[in-house]
Design a protein around this ligand. Structure first.
Ligand code: NAD
Ligand code: TDX
Length: 357
């Protein structure tokens, strides 16, 4: 039986990781400990978990711990594992932005491939033949490549990654699976579609567009705007991971998705109307900011997930509709402008200046 007492979350200061840690304490009320291992790259933000640290950290219930550690650094990683009696790893840490992987792929290979390999090596040596432990790996639908107008990605769809980010994630997935087949390491994996929600770094489509609307800046649409993504609210991703971690079959992969496909341009028009309504502007006010720009290199045309497996085997389903999720998300960005401001004055700004000005 899986223990799930002392959970080590990697990348817990990022978008999905911090939503997941909040989910563990505030939605499913776990009783055990959570150790957040994060290097705090430009995408890691301690502000995301201040409320958790206050209540559950060392000066509170003493069940939440933060370790600023680079998963590429094997020695430091081993020390963290020997400090806590870890029985579960939930591995989110990654370089996650496709555009950055096109400009500079090296860190993607290091963190996403070597970092994952290091984690696997540490737990293989630490856990030996234990069967009450679990390594859950978070992956993406991008590893399956790109679809035309029809069809879906299934768990057994052959891998066909097309950008350095997805290639690095695909490599990591293969290594994780190899540790199950070769060493019998208890692993599970999830491949999820595009997430959205509070705390997403303002370089991804939805938050960058909201932010640019607030600043009355151009809304850059890559190519013809007809690329399709399948959007899932972040808390639904968290609930899917939690189902797998508790009841998923060892060695199995589960697809997670929103069953909610939008072309980028339709989504952006819709978002413009939501923000306009909330800010008392006329319906089409922000649409004049929409600007078609050069396409992303190797831009995947369409992603669409079939998630029947997790629905039928683990009784998971999406619980937040797109309207509800966008409403929560837009409200969150409108009332947390200081969160974005703090980001923009730091590393993110430097990167944007270097690459886009
Ligand atoms: P994010 O970029 O917001 O956060 C990544 C976190 O990992 C940051 O806190 C960062 O500091 C940390 N990190 C990066 N390199 C590290 C290293 N070497 N050592 C330790 N920590 C490091 O990413 P996200 O959107 O929250 O994505 C989390 C995971 O989910 C990733 O594995 C990503 O591939 C996967 N995923 C994301 C989406 C999505 O739509 N965002 C969809 C499917 C899968
Ligand atoms: O300014 C933009 N303009 C634009 O047209 C940005 C940032 C994006 N786009 C397009 C590119 C994509 O077709 O919008 C779509 C979504 O782009 P991103 O938000 O960058 O996400 P995507 O490339 O689809 O990848 C995301 O989903 C899968 C996450 O970033 C990955 O981490 C996840 O694995």
């Amino acid at each position: 039986m899986r223990k799930l007492n002392n959970i080590l979350v990697t990348g817990g200061a990022g978008f999905i990781g911090s939503n997941f840690i909040d989910y563990l304490f505030n939605k499913v009320s776990i009783k055990g400990k959570v150790v957040n291992v994060d290097k705090l790259t430009y995408a890691g933000n301690m502000e995301n978990l201040e409320h958790i640290n206050k209540k559950y950290g060392p000066s509170g219930e003493n069940r939440y711990f933060f370790e600023k550690t680079d998963i590429v650094d094997y020695e430091s990683l081993s020390k963290v594992f020997s400090k806590y009696d870890i029985d579960t790893v939930i591995h989110f840490a990654a370089e996650s932005h496709v555009d950055r992987s096109i400009h500079g792929p090296k860190e993607f290979m290091e963190t996403n491939i070597i970092g994952t390999f290091n984690l696997l090596e540490v737990v293989r040596k630490l856990w030996g033949d234990r069967k009450d432990v679990l390594f859950h790996h978070i992956s993406t639908d991008e590893v399956y490549g790109s679809l035309d107008e029809t069809g879906f990605f299934y768990e057994n769809t052959p891998y066909d990654p097309r950008n350095p980010y997805s290639a690095s994630k695909a490599s990591a997935d293969h290594i994780v699976n190899s540790y199950f087949h070769t060493y019998g390491l208890p692993i599970t994996m999830s491949n999820c579609s595009n997430n959205y929600g509070p705390l997403q770094f303002p370089e991804k489509l939805i938050p960058i567009m909201i932010n640019n609307m607030l600043e009355e800046k151009a809304l850059p649409v890559y190519g013809d705007g007809l690329n399709i993504r399948d959007w899932l609210y972040v808390e639904d991703h968290c609930s899917g991971i939690w189902k797998i971690v508790n009841n998923g079959t060892i060695g199995e992969t589960y697809n997670l998705g929103g069953e909610n496909e939008w072309t980028n341009i339709d989504l952006l028009n819709h978002l413009c109307e939501i923000v306009a309504e909330k800010r008392d502007k006329e319906k089409d006010y922000y649409k004049k900011l929409i600007t078609y720009v050069r396409d992303r290199a190797g831009h995947d045309r369409r992603y669409a997930i079939n998630c029947d497996k997790i629905k039928s085997e683990l009784n998971w389903k999406q619980s937040v509709t797109f309207d509800e999720g966008l409403d929560i998300t837009v409200d969150w960005y409108l009332s947390n402008t200081s969160w974005i401001e703090n980001i923009k004055t730091g590393e993110y700004k430097k990167w944007i200046e270097k690459n886009y000005n």
